[in-house]
Design a protein around this ligand. Structure first.
Ligand SMILES: [Zn+2]
Length: 89
């Protein structure tokens, strides 16, 4: 299913990006994902939006990877990176 979702995004004109901010257990992190990533699930995450938002939150969508990085740099995160699963291509 994740593969089909991803193919659908890539086939379209725009691949939205999301940022997952997480401040649980360690430094404040901001991780950039493509919307079709199985971790991201278009901003709903792996638990379809029912995750505890005390420790992490999805931000977005952003229309491009560049815009997502701009937003990530403005966040008070100590660690910013792209998801190793979806954004590294
Ligand atoms: Zn991802």
């Amino acid at each position: 299913m994740a593969t089909n979702q991803r193919a659908a995004w890539i086939g379209g004109r725009v691949v939205p990006y999301w940022i997952y901010e997480n401040w649980q257990a360690g430094p404040h992190k901001a991780v950039i994902h493509e919307a079709g990533c199985s971790f991201c699930n278009d901003g709903l995450g792996r638990s379809n939006g029912t995750a505890d938002t005390r420790y992490g939150r999805w931000r977005g969508p952003y229309a491009s990877r560049t815009l997502a990085w701009d937003a990530a740099r403005r966040m008070p995160a100590e660690d910013r990176r792209e998801c190793s699963r979806c954004a590294d291509r």
